[in-house]
Design a protein around this ligand. Structure first.
Ligand code: NAD
Length: 504
């Protein structure tokens, strides 16, 4: 572990240089990063002060004034090199993700791969930041829309994607001509520092230090300062709905924009004609993968009553096969939860589910070993259970039987969140019903694959309390730019729109 941290430049954490801020400012506290497998200390980080935040924000504002004028494909070339730097450090960064947040090795590596993928995507995008050209109603006039860089973007990230969520934002923002200030989760500061350093080295080589800033500070001090900072036209925040409610209110008060990626309560519907082997694999990865700590984790399962007696035993068997253990050990499928609070939330949710009429079919307990391990849990539930409408960030799947597809879609949509959803069916009609305007109300709706594991090519995000933001692929880049409509008169007259005359 020591060697890994040294290779990633994490041996001098107390220097404070990671903040991109003046070193040696007043120390208002330290933050300890814990290994969730045994709660031992991985490292200690000096928290940024409000003054240090201000220095980073000023630097981002200064760098923006120059970065915005660099041709987008040239910005793309620097992002390409950042992608290569992430590639070169993929193994170490992936291992650090596993160490700090407990993801199994392949998921830690997969997360860094997502960052590499979005860098590649952004490089291509840097030559496609297109606007429209429109026909004017006036003779010898031309209209067009163009997209300009927006400004320094504040990026707030959740603990569970400590590397990729920043990259989704930062790589797009960088090719769009924005600078970025990253405020990571206090539960994953080391991954943030290491990731920042890998990309900062590329920026520094080209004289562009300041395009990416990192500030690790308390929500009440640094987080709130960021939300209120008029220099940041966009705050992109990933995390709980509770956090998003606060971010949305504070930023909109100053007419700033937000891009909110918040909690999910994702469901899978299994129709009677489904390929059950496929369904079992999709459900198991969706519910148990990442120990239930993905925003897209499958939390509810709607099974047609005709197949539940066949499907449930297969799920129970799959649940029992999932090996729990050290995320970096070969063969482990389920690592620990992030911290002791998460274990308590898991235990509370299971107890509440039982008190509301749920029946535990598998798991249900914390694992008797050091660290924050819990058993993947399967609970037979009924539609009226209030706990099923909440997101508990743990591997708990509530199973509810249904009679008709319309009923299943209604139950699936009948929650405050609207992130991801899927249906397993071999019926074209059922699949299209699910994808229709009267089907799933989520930002993501899949057929014959689970709810988690989105590719970066598509726009990612959800409706309702999930916040409505879209990140990553497709035209999500537009959130990081400002649109300008231009009308050019190349004639010698000045006709007014709508036939208005105003002769002087
Ligand atoms: P969290 O809400 O506790 O924290 C998220 C981030 O918000 C952290 O960086 C935190 O420091 C910051 N924050 C909290 N209050 C703030 C404030 N007042 N001002 C500024 N920053 C503030 O979430 P978490 O426990 O880290 O992550 C889990 C949650 O994130 C789950 O609800 C999960 O569904 C959600 N999530 C959503 C997506 C998505 O794309 N929709 C992706 C990953 C995680």
């Amino acid at each position: 572990m020591r060697e890994l941290l040294a290779r990633l430049g994490l041996s001098d954490l107390n220097a404070g240089a990671w903040a991109g801020a003046p070193v040696g400012g007043p120390d208002d506290g330290t933050l300890v990063s814990l290994n969730p497998t045994d709660n031992s200390v991985l490292g200690q980080v000096q928290l940024a002060t409000r003054a240090q935040y201000d220095a980073v924000a000023s630097e981002a504002a200064r760098a923006f004034r120059e970065w915005r004028m660099v041709p987008a494909p040239k910005r793309g070339e620097i992002v390409r090199q950042m992608g290569d730097a992430l590639r070169a450090n993929k193994d170490d960064l992936g291992a650090l993700v596993s160490l700090e947040v407990g993801k199994i090795r392949s998921e830690g590596l997969g997360e860094v791969q997502e960052s590499i993928d979005i860098a590649d995507f952004s490089v291509g995008l840097s030559r496609q930041l297109y606007g429209l050209s429109l026909h004017s109603e006036r003779p010898q006039h031309r209209m067009m829309e163009q997209w300009h860089p927006l400004g320094p973007v504040g990026v707030i990230t959740a603990f569970n994607f400590p590397n990729a969520v920043w990259a989704w934002n930062a790589m797009l923002a960088a090719v769009c001509g924005d600078t970025v200030i990253w405020k990571p989760s206090l539960k994953a500061p080391l991954t943030a520092i290491a990731t920042h350093r890998v990309c900062e080295a590329v920026l520094a080589k080209h004289g562009w230090s300041g395009v990416f800033g990192l500030v690790i500070g308390k929500d009440a001090e640094v987080g709130e300062a960021m939300l209120r900072d008029e220099r940041l036209p966009l705050i992109s925040a990933t995390g709980s709905t509770r956090m998003g409610r606060r971010v949305g209110a504070v930023v909109s008060e100053r007419f700033g924009r937000t891009l909110l990626e918040l909690g999910g309560n994702n469901a899978i519907i299994v129709e009677p004609d489904a390929d059950l082997s496929l369904a079992v694999r999709g459900i198991t990865f969706g519910a148990v993968g990442t120990a239930g700590q993905r925003c897209t984790t499958t939390r509810r399962l709607f099974v047609h009553e005709r197949i539940s007696s066949e499907l449930l035993p297969r799920l129970v068997a799959a649940w029992k096969q999932c090996r729990i253990g050290d995320p970096l050990a070969e063969g482990t499928l389920v690592g620990p939860l992030i911290d002791a609070d998460a274990v308590r939330s898991f235990e509370q949710a299971v107890a509440t589910a039982i008190s509301q009429g749920g029946e535990v079919l598998a798991g249900g307990k914390r694992v008797d070993r050091p660290g924050n391990y819990v058993e993947p849990t399967l609970i037979r539930a009924h539609a009226g259970m209030a706990i099923c409408k909440e997101e508990t960030f743990a591997p708990i799947l509530y199973v509810v039987e249904y009679r008709s597809l319309e009923e299943a879609i209604h139950l699936q949509n009948d929650v405050p969140q609207g992130l991801s959803s899927s249906i397993f069916t071999d019926s074209f009609r059922s699949a299209e019903t699910f994808l229709s305007a009267a089907g799933s109300d989520c930002g993501i709706a899949n057929v014959n694959i689970g709810t988690s594991g989105a590719e970066i090519g598509g726009a990612f995000g959800g409706e309702k309390e999930t916040g409505g933001g879209r990140e990553s692929g497709s035209d999500a880049w537009k959130a990081y730019m400002r649109r300008q409509t231009n009308t050019m008169n190349w004639g010698r007259d000045l006709p007014l729109a709508q036939g208005i005359t105003f002769d002087v």
